[in-house]
Design a protein around this ligand. Sequence first.
Ligand SMILES: Cc1cc2nc3c(=O)[nH]c(=O)nc-3n(C[C@H](O)[C@H](O)[C@H](O)COP(=O)(O)OP(=O)(O)OC[C@H]3O[C@@H](n4cnc5c(N)ncnc54)[C@H](O)[C@@H]3O)c2cc1C
Length: 125
Amino acid sequence: MHGLLFSGQRALNELFPGFEQEPLRAGLDVRVERPGYDPFPHRDLGWSGYAASRPAIEHAVRRRVESRANTTLRQRCRVTEVLATPNGGAVTRVRCENGHGVSETITADLVVDASGRGALTIALL
Ligand SMILES: Cc1cc2nc3c(=O)[nH]c(=O)nc-3n(C[C@H](O)[C@H](O)[C@H](O)COP(=O)(O)OP(=O)(O)OC[C@H]3O[C@@H](n4cnc5c(N)ncnc54)[C@H](O)[C@@H]3O)c2cc1C
């Protein structure tokens, strides 16, 4: 189970209204037990959450992103380099390799590195 915390829920609901449909009430709908301890008391902890795997959450987000007319997803496309202007003042392009191993360069007004650990940005810096 992936714990989707409150600010994550709020952000997803702002981006994709209706994302929060059937939350679980923490403390009431979930029973927590750990070996060597009594079961945690059954009481309303005052917040709602979701019981979904991370792939299920990512699938729900992906479906909503795909339905946006101004958004294109490039599958199996790996960014190999973030490219800046010659003086290093601004990022203007990314180089990537598509699913067929062909390299291409995409120009952009804004590049967001969401690759997780930031290796691409660190390499650029
Ligand atoms: C075992 C484990 C359990 C966790 N449990 C929880 C939990 O219950 N609740 C919680 O809130 N957080 C949890 N986390 C933390 C959470 O998973 C991360 O904080 C979160 O996934 C980070 O999201 P992200 O989008 O920044 O990066 P990621 O989820 O890592 O996404 C980065 C994406 O970029 C892609 N990518 C990387 N390099 C390139 C490239 N060069 N070109 C193109 N694409 C690229 C990757 O394939 C990936 O899809 C857990 C983490 C782990 C490891």
